[in-house]
Design a protein around this ligand. Structure first.
Ligand SMILES: NC(=O)c1ccc[n+]([C@@H]2O[C@H](COP(=O)([O-])OP(=O)(O)OC[C@H]3O[C@@H](n4cnc5c(N)ncnc54)[C@H](OP(=O)(O)O)[C@@H]3O)[C@@H](O)[C@H]2O)c1
Length: 294
């Protein structure tokens, strides 16, 4: 009999890629969404929809009933541990067998960023939940570069407060394929494992700009900016102050070399190396050329 997998964060970047990676697999997919109106695409993919909110424990039980596996993704924010707690509690009560949780690189009680420290709390809770568990800790997403697509398209430049950071950024499609591999394997196979997922090599944002220049056929430059300048820009876009603080803590950590390492985990799980920044840029070239017209 097919296993039923509940996907949280179902309208977001990673979970969307995960559902694509699971397309055609012998599993029944269920999505937890906050708004029914955002589910047309999911329904067309044959995904069963449950409305619920990780902020509201009472909204969750129906979505977890009859589920064997939960893909647990908590959004960034101060309530992330509460969101994880609500999901883990609903899963326990529904006798879910396995949780596969998205955490973040370097999650630890002494991580230099609040997101890493909050993820550590939820990782620990998941490990002690009594269910089978696997935790994925990816490094910085290549897809974060799509936030810069408007500037790149309009001005040929992008500005980050990452100085000359060198980091082994990872394509979200590889994170999704690793999550799919874990979910499709026997529940015992990856139980108790924490996988740190990176791209194939560390690159600077100057090298990312060179790759963009090559693929887009025009000169693209990376402009390092101060924390204050980036903060002003993000607040101007309406990004919440808590998130701006979190991003600044990550930028400072990465600028100090925190993300300059690679692991073989993606290759070990998938049997092939993770996508390179060159693959990401080639596959998203249109986004970097058309964003200004949107
Ligand atoms: N970006 C990075 O470089 C990076 C690196 C490592 C780890 N991570 C981790 O990745 C996670 C974010 O993943 P993502 O980029 O795929 O997220 P995303 O694109 O921002 O999507 C967030 C998802 O969570 C849902 N959501 C928000 N609040 C919710 C609530 N109260 N109840 C239920 N669902 C809720 C959103 O639904 P709506 O459509 O309703 O808003 C959306 O589906 C975070 O845990 C972050 O720490 C990120």
């Amino acid at each position: 009999m097919s296993r039923t997998v509940l996907i949280t964060g179902a309208t977001g970047t990673v979970s969307t890629a995960l559902m694509n990676a699971l397309e055609g697999a012998d599993v029944d997919l269920r999505a937890l969404v906050r708004e029914e109106s955002r589910t047309d695409v999911l329904r067309k993919q044959g995904v069963e929809i449950f409305v619920g909110d990780l902020d509201d424990a009472r909204s969750l039980p129906p979505a977890f009933e009859g589920v064997q596996d939960v893909w647990l993704l908590t959004p960034n924010g101060p309530r992330a541990p509460e969101n994880n707690m609500n999901a883990v509690w609903a899963a326990r009560r529904a006798r879910v067998e396995r949780i596969v949780r998205l955490s973040a690189v370097g999650a630890a009680h002494d991580a230099p960023n609040r997101s890493g420290r909050l993820h550590a709390l939820s990782d620990q809770e998941t490990e002690q939940s009594g269910m089978r568990w696997t935790i994925l800790r990816p490094l910085w997403f290549m897809q974060n570069l799509l936030n810069e697509a408007g500037d790149i398209s309009a001005t040929g430049t992008f500005s980050l407060n990452m100085a000359s950071a060198r980091l082994s950024m990872i394509d979200v499609r590889d994170i999704a394929e690793c999550a799919a591999r874990v979910l499709l394997d026997d529940p015992d196979r990856h139980h108790g494992k924490t996988y740190t997922l990176t791209g194939p090599r560390s690159v600077t944002f100057g090298e990312v700009a060179d790759q963009l220049s090559l693929d887009l056929g025009r000169s693209i430059a990376y402009l390092p900016v101060s924390d204050d300048a980036k903060r002003k820009t993000l607040l101007g876009y309406g990004v919440l102050e808590w998130i701006v603080d979190m991003l600044e803590e990550y930028a400072q950590a990465y600028a100090s070399g925190w993300g300059d390492f690679t692991t073989d985990t993606v290759a070990d799980l998938l049997g092939h190396p993770p996508r390179d920044i060159a693959d990401f840029v080639r596959d998203h070239a249109t986004a970097f050329t058309s964003a200004a017209e949107d």
